[in-house]
Structures are given as structure tokens and as C-alpha cells.
Design a protein around this ligand. Structure first.
Ligand SMILES: [Zn+2]
Ligand SMILES: [Zn+2]
Length: 347
């Protein structure tokens, strides 16, 4: 048997709520194309809030959440070489995809209608063990600790995908609205890949703006501020609508706003009434969403992060604190990326 934290039902997360329950369940048996991973750490992602609160609910209950998983292979299925045992690997958001649709065949399995998401459709990393298909586990470069590697698997990889969709070229003015786990890795990536790019960060809290400045942002301001320049691209990592409307206003002609959020929350949807065609969309401005990540994104980004030594700012918590960390994430009390230490559960 193993310990795991599970989602039992859709519910609203409150400051002192306990949406996850600690349970004992059987250690999974890897099927022929899978490996069993003994988990060391699992990153905490905003998507867990979307799963618990029902914006992208688990496909069955109870479900073990968590899709930024780092651990070691301890057992292989009959179709996988036992030489892989001992390897340190990561598991990310895409657990498996159909492999047969037009999207899968062209390396865009992020858009597959039948993909299964780790921690939403298949048990994830808030547990001592998980099994995952060998084709969807990633070798972790040696320079990263387990805790540093976890946020690279979602926050980092999806930031990398958002940047390529934004089509940033070196020297551009680029905006970031919101400054959490993903945005702070995007800044590190930009500083390495396109060092002439000027980064403008819009964030609600003084602490986030200070952190952005520290990492090399050229300008920081509040969500509703006017940037001193019109921006070629903006990546929005917030769950709200206000930053989209305000972002479009700050875009240069022909600029593109990329929304990096699996779901938007409805609380401030009324802000869309301020959207005007003339001020926000005219002159060939574009909006695009970034959906999930592909195995290519994760592999390319891990290689790049290794080369650039992109180490995320990580705060670590014991797994028992998972409910508290989720509330802190919802009510914006922590900076950088959050990781749960799982190995301790085994004691
Ligand atoms: Zn995620
Ligand atoms: Zn497919």
C-alpha cells in the first residue's frame, strides 16, 4: 500500500479548507508500456485549483492530482527494458495521447481530443508512487535537484511553448501579466535566449513586482498601468480577464497576446465590457491561447534549461501541507514555484 492525497469531489477552495484527503491505496502495477516511479517531489500548479474547483474536473474520483512529478524508476512493465530501473525521471501534464489523430501524427498531441492528463484523468504525483507510459517520462538533467526540476515540467515547459507562440525576436518589447511560477521562468529564459529583449511586467502585488525587477525586468507596474512603450507581445499567466483587456490596450499594432492559462475564472468576467474593438483589437492585434504542452516542448525545454542553467525559485513544503499550499496559491501568498516533498511520506 502507499499514501496519497486525493480529490474526492469538486468543491470551492477556502482559506482554511481541506480539499485533499490523505488515503492509503494500492501501489499501482505498471502495464506493459509503463514504468513505476517512486516519487521524490511533485510541483504544485494552478491547474490543481481548476481541477478541484471544477473548471477542468477530474474524470473520476478519487483522483490523485499533480503533474510536475520527479522520482526514480523502480519497476518496468513487460514491454520496457529493465535497464531503465534507477533512472531519475519526470512526468508532466500529458499522460498519454491517442497517437492516431491528425494532431498526434504531427507532433501536436497537446490538441488531441483523447489525451489523458496526469492528475486529472490518471493518478498523478501527490503520492508515493505512480505509473506512467515510458514514452511520456523525461530524463532529468543532472544539474537540477529534484525540487528544481519539478516546476520545469509544467510552469517552465508551458512558458517555453507560450514564448514560441508569441514569436518574440531579440530586441522586442515583451510584456508579462501576472508573475508566478511560469512567468519567472520565462524571464530567465528570455534573458538567456534573447538578451536584448526588454521585459515589462504587470503584477498586482508589490512583492511580485520587486521579484520581477530582481530577475531583470526592464519595467514593472500594476495590471492597469500604461507601459512606457507599446509591446510587441504579451504573455498572460493570470486566471483573470482584466489583464487580457489591459494587455491588449498596451499592445503595439500587429502585436500578439498569448494566454497561458488552462481556464479563466469568471469572477471578473464583467471587465470584458471595457473591451473596445478600436482600442484593443484594431490594427491587426491578435489573441491566442496556449493549450497544454507536447513531449517535444518538454524535451526541448529541459535541454535548454540544462544549457542555460535555468533554476527556478522554489519553495518546498511537506506533502502534509498540500491543502495549505493550494489555499496559499489561490489567495496569492507565495512567490516563485511551490513543490511538495513526497519522499517523507514513506517514513
Ligand atoms: Zn501545470
Ligand atoms: Zn490524438
Amino acid at each position: 500500500m502507499m499514501k496519497a492525497m486525493v480529490i474526492d469531489r469538486v468543491q470551492e477552495i477556502t482559506p482554511k479548507g481541506k480539499p485533499l484527503r490523505l488515503v492509503e491505496i494500492p501501489i499501482p502495477e505498471p502495464s506493459s508500456d509503463e514504468v513505476l516511479v517512486r516519487i521524490s517531489v511533485c510541483g504544485v500548479c494552478h491547474t490543481e485549483l481548476d481541477e478541484i474547483e471544477g473548471r477542468t474536473p477530474p474524470s473520476r474520483f478519487p483522483m490523485v492530482p499533480g503533474h510536475q512529478v520527479v522520482g526514480n524508476i523502480v519497476k518496468t512493465g513487460s514491454g520496457v527494458s529493465s535497464n531503465r530501473v534507477g533512472e531519475r525521471v519526470g512526468v508532466a501534464w500529458i499522460f498519454s495521447a491517442c497517437g492516431e489523430c491528425g494532431f498526434c501524427k504531427t507532433g501536436m498531441e497537446n490538441l488531441c481530443d483523447n489525451f489523458l492528463a496526469t492528475g486529472r484523468d490518471a493518478n498523478g504525483g501527490y503520492a508515493e508512487y505512480m505509473s506512467a507510459p515510458i514514452d511520456n517520462v523525461y530524463k532529468i538533467p543532472d544539474i537540477f535537484t529534484d525540487a528544481e526540476a519539478a516546476p520545469l515540467l509544467c510552469a517552465g515547459a508551458v512558458g517555453y511553448r507560450a514564448l514560441s507562440l508569441a514569436e518574440v525576436t531579440n530586441g522586442d518589447f515583451i510584456g508579462l501579466t501576472g508573475f508566478g511560477a511560469s512567468a519567472h521562468i520565462i524571464v530567465k529564459l528570455l534573458r538567456y535566449q534573447q538578451p536584448e529583449t526588454k521585459i515589462f511586467v504587470f503584477a498586482r502585488r508589490e512583492e511580485e513586482r520587486g521579484f520581477a525587477k530582481e530577475l531583470g525586468a526592464f519595467w514593472v507596474g500594476d495590471i492597469t498601468d500604461d507601459a512606457p512603450e507599446k509591446l510587441n507581445a504579451i504573455i498572460d499567466t493570470t486566471p483573470a480577464w482584466k489583464p487580457v483587456v489591459e494587455g491588449l490596450r498596451n499592445l503595439q499594432k500587429a502585436g500578439r497576446l498569448v494566454i497561458n492559462a488552462i481556464r479563466k475564472e469568471d469572477q471578473d468576467k464583467s471587465y470584458l465590457q471595457y473591451l473596445s474593438y478600436k482600442n484593443h483589437l484594431w490594427n491587426e492585434k491578435e489573441i491566442k491561447s496556449v493549450a497544454n504542452i507536447t513531449t517535444i516542448d518538454v524535451n526541448e525545454f529541459l535541454t535548454l534549461a540544462d544549457e542555460a542553467k535555468i533554476k527556478p525559485h522554489v519553495e518546498e513544503f511537506p506533502i502534509e501541507a498540500a491543502n495549505k499550499v493550494l489555499a496559499a496559491l489561490k489567495f496569492k501568498k507565495i512567490k516563485g514555484a511551490k513543490v511538495l516533498r513526497i519522499a517523507q511520506m514513506i517514513k
